[in-house]
Design a protein around this ligand. Sequence first.
Ligand SMILES: Nc1ncnc2c1ncn2[C@@H]1O[C@H](COP(=O)(O)OP(=O)(O)O)[C@@H](O)[C@H]1O
Ligand SMILES: [Mg+2]
Length: 264
Amino acid sequence: MLMLRDVMRRFVSGDSEVRALDGMNFTLGEGEFVTVIGSNGAGKSTLLKAICGLVEIDSGAVELDGTDITRWPIHRRGALIGRIAQDPHEGTCASMTIAENMALAARRGQSRLLRKAVTSVLAASFRAQLADIGLGLENRLDTRVGTLSGGQRQALSLLMATCANPRLLLLDEHLANLDPRTSEVVMEATARLIAAEKLAAIMVTHNMAEAIAWGDRLIMLHAGRIIFQAAGGEKAALTVPELVERFHVASGQALTDDRALLTP
Ligand SMILES: Nc1ncnc2c1ncn2[C@@H]1O[C@H](COP(=O)(O)OP(=O)(O)O)[C@@H](O)[C@H]1O
Ligand SMILES: [Mg+2]
């Protein structure tokens, strides 16, 4: 359903040039869930940004459901692609309540006429969705989002990113700043949502164990290219030390993201 063809994106800083995406070819199947790992600067975030339109590509093409969306602006892709970043501030508005945040996300893509009518009906649905997550937010619809924990805000971001029934969900280290228990709760909620909505999803994580445990396929990025991938039984049988070794062999370098090794 998603296809990147020979995607190139360079960044110039000073007199050096970085190829954040260096002829990237990547295909995602209908409802497929792919996890992405790679050291700092490998191009993971740029890959997701090129897909959702936050970053323009220099050459190549991005296709969604057979349509070339390469030149589509970000807002046009928004109805089809949900994205959650590492920073909870990106996905939610601190000065508004939980209900207001969710209503805003739910209204995306709907006509003005519909907006007033849905409000009261939505409240019950919001409560049910929040209860499903399991972080005790269902009775706090009128709480300002700025007072919530990072994990609660990421859980809310997750509901907001998926409520408009996108085709594809992009997760850019959305668990990175959460404590281990909350991270587990939000990850389980993420996986449940992906399965229930039959969403195609790409999840970037620095946690190799997480990348092995979740999803249908794992890809490893280095210098803007995919240097290793595994799916099915081969992926399930991977271990963290094996992945680290794969990285050494494929990149000829040591892994520069210490978090990947230190996180259990
Ligand atoms: N806006 C930008 N300006 C300049 N360089 C950038 C920009 N975004 C990314 N880069 C560079 O592109 C490379 C890939 O970045 P990124 O996709 O953020 O890596 P990752 O998410 O894998 O850590 C890095 O070398 C980074 O410094
Ligand atoms: Mg990144």
